[in-house]
Write a protein that binds this ligand. Sequence first.
Ligand code: ATP
Length: 238
Amino acid sequence: MNILEVTHLSKEFNLHILNNKRIESLKDINFTMKEGEIIGLTGKSGSGKSSLMKCLYRTYLASTGEIIYLSKNGAVDLVKADDHRIIDLRKNEITYCSQFLSVIPRVAAIDVVCENLFRVEKDKDFARSQSKNMLEQLGLPYDLWDAFPVTFSGGEQQRINVARAIIAKPRFLLIDEPTASLDAKTKDVVVDMILRLKAEGTSVLVISHDEYTLDRLCDRRIDLKFGEIISEEMATNQ
Ligand SMILES: Nc1ncnc2c1ncn2[C@@H]1O[C@H](COP(=O)(O)OP(=O)(O)OP(=O)(O)O)[C@@H](O)[C@H]1O
């Protein structure tokens, strides 16, 4: 069953301060995604990968087209859905993990990771134990668990970001460069965590420039160039 059907999606920006200069970041994008599938979005810098992800999460409102998402409560067009529906989907089904961690200052790493789980898990001690478990698997030094992530290194922040995004096991995960600043061992831990989510039914759209990560994760790749899909390929291990 398809969890996502994207048809004739385009996104353009009108830059008012530059005399209404028009930038077409996505042009007539069409693809479908099966439930439980992992699709890798690839393409050079500026090809439109993040724009596509942001349209799916409704950070950007698409200029034209449809994004039909099959939610637990039926199909919804993410372009036309009202803001309440989008907020509800973000709370309960769709998680977006950007490349960079943004956090409230002075919240301990362990609580940042718990944030999404607190929404669905009433037992706070259980949520904290899940968070500790993830930080341990990701090799975040014990000393940092109650420290504030704003001061962490790039790789440490990335681990917090990924842990926070996947701890509540979203139904649909949009994840941008999950392994970019990680060493080989931690990269494998993150890839294994995402594959475990897939095994439990999560559908994943992942942006990555890392061939190893893409090879291990993806069922299919969609390659973008100048805002258009130039190829769609099944992974060789399929
Ligand atoms: N908010 C915005 N306002 C104006 N132009 C934008 C905006 N967001 C994206 N763009 C433009 O859309 C095009 C695609 O950008 P996008 O960030 O989607 O590329 P990308 O493939 O994700 O690149 P990267 O790999 O470097 O992150 C670029 O030309 C960019 O300048």
